[in-house]
Design a protein around this ligand. Sequence first.
Ligand code: XIL
Length: 317
Amino acid sequence: KTNTVAKTLGGKLYFGSATDNPELTDTAYVATLSDNTLFGQITPGNSMKWDATEPSQGTFTFAAGDVIAALAKNNGQLLRGHNCVWYNQLASWVTAGNFNATALTSILQTHCSTVVSHYAGQVYSWDVVNEPFNDDGTVRAFVFSNALGLAYVTTALVAARAADPKAKLYINDYNIDSAGAKATAMINLVTSLKAAGTPIDGVGIQGHLIVGEVPSKAALVANYEAFTALGVEIAITELDIRMTLPETPALLAQQQTDYQTVISACKAVAGCVGVTIWDYTDKYSWIPGVFSGQGAALPWDDNLVRKPAYDGIIAGF
Ligand code: XIL
């Protein structure tokens, strides 16, 4: 099988989708997901996160993540690992344990090293660190940053590099699509990591956006290039563009334009290697469960039928 869309559209490495284990009993859903003329890459939406992979200290469970890795392999799709360390979906034994800084460093090394080595050779890129910043650019407070400051980022990246020297190592965040305090914080972090010789290969721009509020292509391109100028690649890692429900023809048309804007901005930047949508169908989107009254954020509807947004993606590439 060949990744027709992924390899031809815009010359990018991939176009892909997140997926999640519970959805894989839906055969119609899996058939489209597995069509690698559409999707050249997949990301596990939950099953490689800390609470899923190390639910109690030193006990690693890879069964669910392995299902997604095997699906990618069987389909001839690239795999993105997601993620080693994040303030959310972190196992409660870590937060509740009252560990000191030395113990937390060791816990983080063990976790990243074990998870990344388990998938070594199977992963194109890892979101090693997820969501390190608040929207104002300050460091997000959680157990690792509280004890270690941003040194936890270095610890995680070094452990990941040793565990899988071929995987591209990313830091991933949202609201860094265009210039602003949070994008600046990410630029400063990557700059300091590079200066220190810490392994860092990419910045993941999640891209959880809102219909009608997507930055202009020029603003996206300028910011993407501010990242790639640091000597890292970028990817759009979790694209969805939500609206206040109900869907209307006008909102769907604006969403088509918005998808095209983001895709064409990635296409315009040499160092933007690919785009992943955060699942492909509204049937399994995380948006309605988290953003009350919002949804319809993906290019396929609840019945797995393509929406205007799909045409926007194709036009953007
Ligand atoms: C979401 C998943 O899609 C949901 O199923 C889960 O309940 C919560 O997490 N940013 C990220 C992703 O980096 O891991 C999140 O995924 C969405 C926001």
